[in-house]
Design a binder for this molecule. Sequence first.
Ligand code: ARG
Length: 455
Amino acid sequence: MALWGGRFDGKVDPLMEAFNASIGFDKRMFAEDIRGSQAQARALAKQGIITEAERDTLVSGLDQVLAEWQAGKFTIVHTDEDIHTANERRLGELVGSVAGKLHTGRSRNDQVATDMRLWVRDAGTKLVGHLKELIKVLVTRAENELDVLMPGYTHLQRAQPIRWSHLLLSYAWSFHADALRLQSFLDRNNLSPLGAGALAGNPFNIDRNFLAQDLGFSGVLPNSLYAVSDRDFAAELLFCSSLTMIHISRLAEDLIIYSSAEFAFVTLADAYSTGSSLMPQKKNSDSLELLRGKSGRVFGDMAGFMMTYKGTPSTYNKDLQEDKEPMFDAVDTLTGSLQIAAGVISTLKVKAANMKSALSADMLATDLAEYLVRKGVPFRETHHVAGHAVKLAEDRGTSIDKLSLDDLKGLHPKFESDVMDVWSFEKSVDSRNAIGGTSRKTVLAQIEELKKFAS
Ligand code: ARG
């Protein structure tokens, strides 16, 4: 019989029973549900609502239920509507009627919110760990390939020379921000709904602070209506996941472009590529394409849940059961994606020679302008002069670094023989040595900071 069967005479349509059930997906919160129930048993005993012996029976019975789940031996029966119902039913079979005392002052409304918050805390903490692993991989590569130079792009047009390491670290900084965002989300949301009852609070003076402490929460949600109806934490986790997926997707997009024959800057390891069933020569970057593709899926999880959430009146409504699948899917997809991204990046081959030969002297036109700035010429004017130099080289069908000193002097009298020092990609990158620049010194400083963060 269903837990709520007392006031019903009619039978539930079997289709409705299946439609209503969440056990198929919320069973993955079995451990959180049991942990919450054990805290509940202790809180009831503390208040004298059950005896210490009854508490011990409930707690050890729940341990047995947990062991069955862990051993894959828990048998779900068709009346097990959700994880809460299933665990309580099984507890009753194991310990008898005392199991019926466990739900005193509690509702599935505060129970499910508690289970989810416990689950999110654990999942979020693991995600921070995966983010740190990915940062470590990026930082290790950045450190090992510090001397590899490549074109930096804006609008996908060659812009200025940069260190490959600098690009890798730019991704790492996004993941660093993601990890901080997730951590602050976790810290702010570590609050307990338990003891809020169905909506109005519990009438047994069950100590909510005691429950919170038992479950490792840092405090209680201060309003029972809010406690059972709030799902902002799910929305926020979905947003955090979506944003990280966007970072992964953009990184993947860069690497897909760089692994094309036209760029040939990187080659993916075989472990993360696939072939074509028709064209024998093909090596496709499926891993990266999936990372890019799956970002859409996680964003969809977020959007779908937001649509469900927006229409719900106070407080608990069954719509809220639709919070779990998108959240689980987003976390699973993100977890896999972070691991695959780390694998792809740690194993790809960098073709430093190709990166170097993609550097063209016109990418130093800005450096030419800066040369004149150092001789006291206003930047706006130097920008013009350097533009003329680019044009002159183009008209002559040569490259800008091949212009003679006389050619340059013809464009501006402040050019002297030391202008030839401008034509060095190494010097160009190392001149950008203010904090955050692509110079060796400032890239090394970033490496140190990120290493400290991720260790
Ligand atoms: N399975 C439900 C959910 O996931 C649990 C809460 C049910 N509460 C209720 N009042 N029917 O949301």
